[in-house]
Design a protein around this ligand. Structure first.
Ligand code: ADP
Ligand code: ADP
Length: 229
């Protein structure tokens, strides 16, 4: 379970990115976070894996209270969360398989056989095993996104967070990417997607949480992208 209780986030002590957010997301839910640019969507995701610290309030991720986690323990939280950010941040001179293995090594998997096995498994899950010897720059935007999703799966997370995963994708690739998230969700993974993509939100209906200027202004099951259309 994910529980925000009166969570606020100020950057540099003055920029209010989130204000008094209270919400609960149960294990296995599929949630869209919508709202205009600057509304606080990315910040909301980054609080959940402690890339940013909340300023006040309380945030529970599973059995952990995020604000209480010491820096040396952050890895325990991050192991439970797969995050797909807007910038994929691959190492350009490493192939797809090497990039995944690099992340596996960084998250503590040191056994080479284990690394290869897990690398193959996650690339297969996203349909990218045929591309494992390519450099990131040799892939399309959609293919790179799939690899980024594969990388987010390496610890078999119970929660997947994705920031604008269909940005810059054609309609067909966007649907393919969304199908992956639905597949993980069917397996019981909680999926939380920050998005601007009204077509996706309106055609593949789920819970919608809307942010505006850092405040939560809507939380609706089977919601549409906007109440104004
Ligand atoms: P969204 O993802 O909805 O576009 P963000 O969470 O990125 O919104 O940003 C919310 C607000 O916080 C914006 O006003 C943005 O400029 C500000 N902000 C985001 N990241 C930082 C940062 N690292 N330092 C200062 N301000 C930031
Ligand atoms: P498929 O979804 O193609 O049936 P499997 O369920 O056999 O694939 O999973 C293969 C590997 O892919 C797993 O070991 C795991 O690393 C990753 N994986 C698959 N589904 C998920 C999921 N929902 N959450 C996290 N990792 C997953």
């Amino acid at each position: 379970m994910i529980k925000f209780e009166h969570v606020s986030k100020l950057y540099d002590g003055k920029i209010q990115a989130l204000e008094d957010i209270s919400l609960q997301i149960n294990q296995g839910e599929f949630v869209y976070i919508v709202g205009p640019s600057g509304a606080g969507k990315t910040t909301l995701l980054k609080l959940m894996d402690k890339q940013e610290q909340l300023t006040s309030g309380s945030l529970q991720m599973g059995s952990m209270l995020v604000e209480r986690i010491r820096p040396s323990q952050t890895y325990i939280l991050r192991r439970q969360i797969g995050i797909v950010l807007q910038q994929d941040l691959f190492i350009p001179y490493l192939n797809v398989d090497e990039n995944i293995i690099y992340s596996l090594a960084a998250s503590g998997v040191s056994d080479l056989q284990q690394q290869r096995k897990k690398m193959q498994a996650v690339l297969t899950t996203v349909g990218m095993s045929a591309y494992q010897n390519r450099r990131p720059a040799e892939l399309s935007v959609g293919q790179r996104k799939k690899v980024a999703i594969a990388r987010a799966l390496i610890n078999q997370p119970s929660v997947i967070l994705a920031d604008e995963p269909t940005a810059n994708l054609d309609a067909r690739s966007a649907i393919e990417i969304m199908k992956l998230f639905f597949k993980f969700n069917l397996n019981g993974t909680t999926v939380i997607i920050a998005t601007h993509d009204s077509t996706i939100v309106n055609s593949l209906r789920h819970r919608v949480i809307e942010l505006q200027k850092g405040k939560m202004i809507r939380d609706e099951n089977n919601g549409k992208y906007s109440t104004r259309s």
